[in-house]
Write a protein that binds this ligand. Structure first.
Ligand code: ATP
Ligand code: MG
Length: 426
């Protein structure tokens, strides 16, 4: 992709209400554009990152044996009358349709998935079953803030599992926990599992996945004696400031899994005849990840004063090629030719290249833009590098550049892509 053709360039301006690194850097880098508080357009660069995060989530969900569906975002009120949640979900956007019909915009989907499973699963042989979707959710958050971290429209992967026995549920729950950790690891995030209270659904514990960073609005409590990690709700009130007992760390909740027990299956009369002929209520679990919040969290954890530092796995492009024009027309022709054949060679090998081919833009500006955008590998082709038959190779998280012979670049890029991620969270 030629940067000169890319829609959505870098900009010096961040939104006036940018209150976080991800809001500023993603806007300045040309990834997202704020429409109103908590509502964003993803520009081509930003959409590439979000799509890669969703692909990682999808792969891990599929490995777990879950099947993908896509439910509507427009939910009729009647479904919430069944569960008595129309008034209880205080963040639901409510609207009136033709003929005075009432709808809510999806903030979660238990009310749609439970009747769906009831419609298709008729015997104990149809269980267990796990279904997920990746869909935009809408929540009328009292305060949208921190860029992608707390939006009013945001991406969510929501998974729901249905089981005949508690034992089977628990086994799946543990597998889902491991799949979640794999998702975060692959996205370059070190997430910690924290025990949390069950919210409105259940007395039982649920689990949150928390990424420690000063930018987080949550706090996790790590018991200094036992190492047990908890969120605020289950630490006794009197201990909330007790730094002797707990190490208290600011963090972002990037995921949440919890048992629903039979709350929704009872409401929708989802049961089946067990092997012994007895009717059993279906036991459910639900599991959420916010891919857009994950994207914001990656930026919070991986950036420096110059811009973003994307992990290879989710970078919008893997290689940022910069050509620096020369005053000499012949040399310019050689730079263009070397760059074109390098791009062709890399792209033929499946490498994603963003080529900053702009004319009349200084080297300083191109490098500043490359640092801001944060693609993990920068290659420079200039009169100077060509004099050595080379390109200049610099990884975003490193200080120094080195020369690599033109004919070796493709192979070295390949090796670099295969090598384990070297980024560590900060
Ligand atoms: P929070 O406690 O942060 O408000 P939640 O516990 O209500 O979130 P869930 O209902 O469990 O969130 O949603 C699953 C996941 O969706 C969360 O773990 C988070 O990653 C993401 N998420 C929730 N609300 C938002 C939001 N307003 N903006 C972006 N992502 C969100
Ligand atoms: Mg929460």
């Amino acid at each position: 992709m030629r940067y000169s053709q890319l829609f959505g360039k870098t900009t010096k301006d961040a939104p006036h209400d940018a209150d976080s690194a991800n809001a500023s850097l993603l806007t300045q880098g040309g990834f997202i554009n704020q429409v109103t508080a908590g509502v964003y357009t993803y520009l081509p660069l930003g959409l590439r990152v979000l799509t890669k995060i969703k692909a990682i989530v999808r792969e891990e969900m599929n490995k777990l044996g879950a099947q993908e569906v896509l439910m509507p975002a427009l939910h009729p009120k009647q479904l919430y009358d069944v569960t008595d949640r129309w008034e209880k979900i205080d963040v639901m956007f409510k609207l009136e349709g033709a003929g005075g019909r009432e709808y809510g915009l999806s903030s979660t989907a238990e009310e749609v998935i439970t009747p769906l499973v009831k419609a298709y699963a008729h015997s104990y042989r149809d269980f267990p079953v796990a279904l997920y979707q990746i869909q935009d959710k809408f929540r009328n958050e009292p305060r949208a803030k921190s860029g992608l971290l707390r939006g009013r429209e945001f991406s969510m992967k929501d998974l729901y599992s249905f089981h005949l026995t508690e034992e089977d549920f628990l086994e799946f729950y543990e597998k889902a926990k491991a799949a979640y950790l794999a998702v975060y690891r692959r996205c370059g995030l070190d997430a910690i599992v924290a025990a949390a209270s069950g919210g409105v659904f259940t007395e039982k514990h649920s689990h949150e996945f928390q990424v420690p960073t000063p930018a987080g609005e949550d706090k996790i409590y790590i018991d200094r004696k036992t190492g047990e990690v908890m969120n605020k709700e289950i630490v006794p009130e009197t201990d909330l400031e007790n730094e002797k007992k707990y190490e208290i760390v600011k963090s972002i909740e990037v995921g949440n899994i919890f048992p629903l027990e039979c709350r929704f299956s009872k409401a929708f009369d989802l049961k089946t005849q067990g092997q012994d002929g007895e009717m059993v209520d279906i036991i459910m679990g639900c599991y959420g990840i916010g891919p857009s919040r994950v994207m914001g969290s990656i930026v919070e954890v991986h950036h420096d004063e110059k811009g973003i530092i994307w992990p290879k796995s989710v970078a919008p492009y893997q290689v940022h090629l910069v050509t620096l024009s020369s005053k000499d027309a012949t040399v310019n022709g050689q730079i263009e030719e070397a760059a074109t054949s390098l791009v062709d060679e890399l792209e033929d090998a499946g490498v994603e290249v963003l080529w900053d081919d702009r004319d009349g833009v200084s080297a300083g500006e191109k490098f500043a833009d490359a640092d801001l955008i944060g693609i993990p590998l920068r290659l420079v082709v200039s009169a100077k590098s060509l004099a050595e038959g080379s390109v200049e190779w610099k990884e975003r998280h490193e200080q120094d550049a080195r020369l690599v012979k033109l004919e070796d670049v493709a192979e070295q890029v390949h090796e670099w892509l295969e090598a384990p991620e070297r980024l560590t969270s900060h």
